[in-house]
Design a protein. Sequence first.
Length: 245
Amino acid sequence: MRWLSSNPPKRRTELLLLGYSPVWMAIIGAVMASTSFVHWSEWQHQALGIGLALPIWLIALVPSARPHAARFALLLTLFAFLQCYFGSWLFFDAFGMQYHFNVRVIVNGTPLFLYFLTVAYFATYYTVLQIGWRAVRTRWPRSPVLHLAARAGLSYLVAFGETASMATEGMKKWFSYAEPRWVMTWGSLCYGTVFFVSLPIFYDLDEDPQVPPRPLRELVRDLLAANMVVLVAYVLFGWMIGRRG
């Protein structure tokens, strides 16, 4: 069983991202606990978002992590922005999601600084997802059904972890859902679709050092296709569960 990638640049990237993850989590935790953001200006919110996303991009400059780190950061940022812009509607419409931050720069319903925060979140999520899925795949290499089940389970757990951490009474004044219990169950299932569909793209990215890297245009094409699949799934979820917000 193997946890980290056998490709040295990818393994270095994973280690750097694992090391950075507790840092952004601690910063977010401190900001939320202190509620200092209540008095922040627009630019302070933007500084938080960009500041926490910046290390993800800077990792791409680390010699031992290149070129994988740059390709990962580019795809991750693109996907995070696509999902914030196109995917948030389901949570507004079906789960009654609302933002009450003191900001004016809002892009398609979502404050701009959250786009950048999503880059930091996704960097950790996809690193953990890859490590977990790799452990299962290398431990039981001939069990495709188990691989699929593990991918689904890991995707749900990551989605549930974020949803449960945000759908709290402490955050209700600034970020809320109409029915927190409902969204933790069904919202996590919907949100988990993002990771279930896209995980193979990030997992296969430079995973085998013996395989030549795929052209960036092909990777972007596959990512756009995955984003469309997720959006279609969101429409189906919205239709099945009905409008709850």
